[in-house]
Ligand binder design. Structure first.
Ligand SMILES: C[S@@+](CC[C@H](N)C(=O)[O-])C[C@H]1O[C@@H](n2cnc3c(N)ncnc32)[C@H](O)[C@@H]1O
Length: 354
């Protein structure tokens, strides 16, 4: 196959993997915890076709309740549902099939005011549609470019924003988060648990600049209307949460018999978060799901045992002489069981705070 065709296919496959739409119920469930942090704020949903995105729908519908100053949403031209006008005024659970496209553009929608314009006594999304038609105090216009979150236009809008809320394309998650950090934005976004193994992302987490939100998101809507389930996707944020001040209750006593020492790291293996031993003062390797229980006043995150040859808690690098599987072993922490070295899953290295 020609190289360009191959890379097109690759791009298409990647693109497809990014097309998972968030259900309104999941957005409501998470957002209810942060309501008081949105007052007077400019919210930007920068991977969100207003006609498809339940993020846009949520913020438009709750514009006055949250006391938002402005809501901005931009769509992405290469998206397979760009300009297909799905969902917004219909049943959010069922994205209908696209019926062919008019000229495809990326669009921006800026809402500054939301009120009951059709006079039915309530504000709803029909009012937004009416307001947009009249173009009163709100703006709906095509973007010059494709609506890429990294484009000048989108960054211009990002600069205006106080809080970014969306489910970004997972294939670009690293770049996405770096940009938010670079522009020092508050955010609440959906991401994969595996993101912790990205070096830069891990550093932000270690430095308490990013933490987990409250819930997991277990199901997404696909462009054909079917749903897809996931077990490893949740919320990341730098908005304040009550959860991160809650202390994890520890029940277990440290007993060296139950907590093997790693062979290549100066730390003990704690294979379940609930087994973190009370009062243990040394370094512990815990599953990455620990993040969900992490209270920075109770614990300190020191490192991660995942593809990090410079980790200062590592005490050994294996060679062929140690084991034919030395590469696997070097990737993570290893335990010696009955004389045989076995790699563990990726572990966060943590320490209790005194
Ligand atoms: C995981 S989907 C989520 C869509 C929407 N935010 C939601 O939660 O329902 C990610 C969206 O980002 C769009 N996208 C992909 N690459 C993008 C880019 N470089 N800039 C902006 N949006 C992009 C995709 O087309 C897709 O619609």
């Amino acid at each position: 196959m020609a190289k360009s065709a191959n890379s097109n296919l690759h791009r298409a496959a990647k693109m497809k993997n990014d097309e998972f739409y968030t259900r309104l119920a999941d957005i409501e469930k998470e957002l209810k915890h942060y309501k008081d942090q949105f007052k007077g704020k400019v919210v930007y949903c920068n991977c969100d076709d207003p006609f498809e995105s339940n993020f846009f729908k949520y913020f438009a519908a709750n514009f006055n309740v949250l006391g938002l100053k402005r809501l901005i949403a931009t769509s992405y031209k290469p998206s397979p549902i760009a300009n297909t006008q799905l969902g917004l005024f219909g049943d959010e659970e069922n994205l209908t099939k696209p019926k062919g496209r008019p000229k495809v553009t990326a669009n921006k929608l800026i809402i500054n005011e939301v009120r009951d314009v059709d006079g039915d006594g309530a504000f709803d999304l029909h009012d937004i549609a009416e307001q947009l038609k009249a173009n009163k105090n709100n703006e709906w216009a095509p973007l010059k470019g494709e609506g890429d979150f990294r484009s000048e236009e989108s960054i211009g809008l990002l600069k205006q924003a106080d809080i970014v809320v969306t489910n970004p394309p997972f294939s670009l998650f690293r770049e996405y988060i770096s940009q938010l950090m670079e522009y020092k934005k508050k955010f609440l976004i959906i991401g994969n648990d595996n993101a912790i193994s990205y070096k830069e992302f891990f550093e932000f987490v270690r430095q308490n600049k990013i933490w987990n939100g409250y819930g997991k998101v277990k199901e997404f809507i696909q462009p054909d209307g079917t749903t897809k389930k996931f077990g490893n996707i949740g919320w990341y944020t730098n908005l304040d949460t009550i959860k991160r001040y809650e202390k994890l209750t520890l029940y277990k006593k440290y007993d060296p018999k139950n907590y093997p020492k790693y062979d290549n790291y100066k730390a003990i293996e704690v294979s379940k978060v609930t087994d973190i031993p009370l009062g243990y003062e040394g370094v512990m390797g815990v599953p990455v799901t620990f993040l969900d229980k992490y209270n920075p006043d109770q614990f300190e995150i020191l490192g991660i045992t995942d593809r990090d040859p410079n980790n200062k808690h590592r005490v050994k690098m294996y060679t062929k002489k140690d084991s034919p599987k030395y590469n696997d072993l070097n990737r993570r922490a290893a335990i010696k069981i009955n004389g045989e070295l076995r790699p563990t899953y990726a572990r966060l290295l943590i320490k209790s705070k005194k």
